[in-house]
Design a protein around this ligand. Structure first.
Ligand SMILES: [Zn+2]
Ligand SMILES: [Zn+2]
Length: 116
C-alpha cells in the first residue's frame, strides 16, 4: 500500500497519510514516537528495546521536528531530542493505523498470530 499524500503538522503534532485506496490514517506524534521501530527503541536479537522499559517520554521525545521520506517505502521522523533513526515503513504505518476499523482488524489478527 502506497500513500498518495503525507502531511506532517508539527505544530499540532499530527501526521496524516492518505493511502492509494482512499483510506486516511492519522497518527499523533506521541503514538508515532511509541511506534519507533529502530533497534534502540525496539531492541534486536531478543534484547528488549528502550521503549520496552516503558520509559516516561519527555516533551522533546514526542515533539516532531521534521518528517523525511526514505526512498519510496518509509518515512523517518526527527524528534526534538535528536532521535531520527526510526524508519517507519508504509507497510508498518498502515498496519498501525489507529482508526477504529483498522484497530478492530489488528486486534483480530494479533489475537490469532501471537504465540502463547
Ligand atoms: Zn527509535
Ligand atoms: Zn485505518
Amino acid at each position: 500500500m502506497q500513500p498518495t499524500a503525507i502531511n506532517a503538522d508539527r505544530l499540532a503534532g499530527l501526521v496524516t497519510i492518505d493511502w492509494a485506496d482512499g483510506h486516511q490514517s492519522q497518527y499523533s506524534a506521541v503514538s508515532l514516537r511509541w511506534l519507533c521501530p529502530c533497534a534502540f527503541c525496539r531492541g534486536e536479537a531478543g534484547t528488549p528495546g528502550w521503549l520496552d522499559s516503558m520509559p516516561t517520554l519527555t516533551p522533546e521525545q514526542t515533539q516532531l521536528v521534521a518528517v523525511r521520506l526514505v526512498g519510496t517505502y518509509a518515512i523517518a521522523p526527527t524528534w526534538a531530542d535528536g532521535h531520527d533513526t526510526g524508519f517507519y515503513t508504509f507497510e508498518a504505518m498502515r498496519r498501525s493505523c489507529p482508526c477504529a476499523s483498522c484497530a478492530a482488524e489488528t486486534a483480530q489478527s494479533t489475537a490469532t498470530t501471537q504465540p502463547e
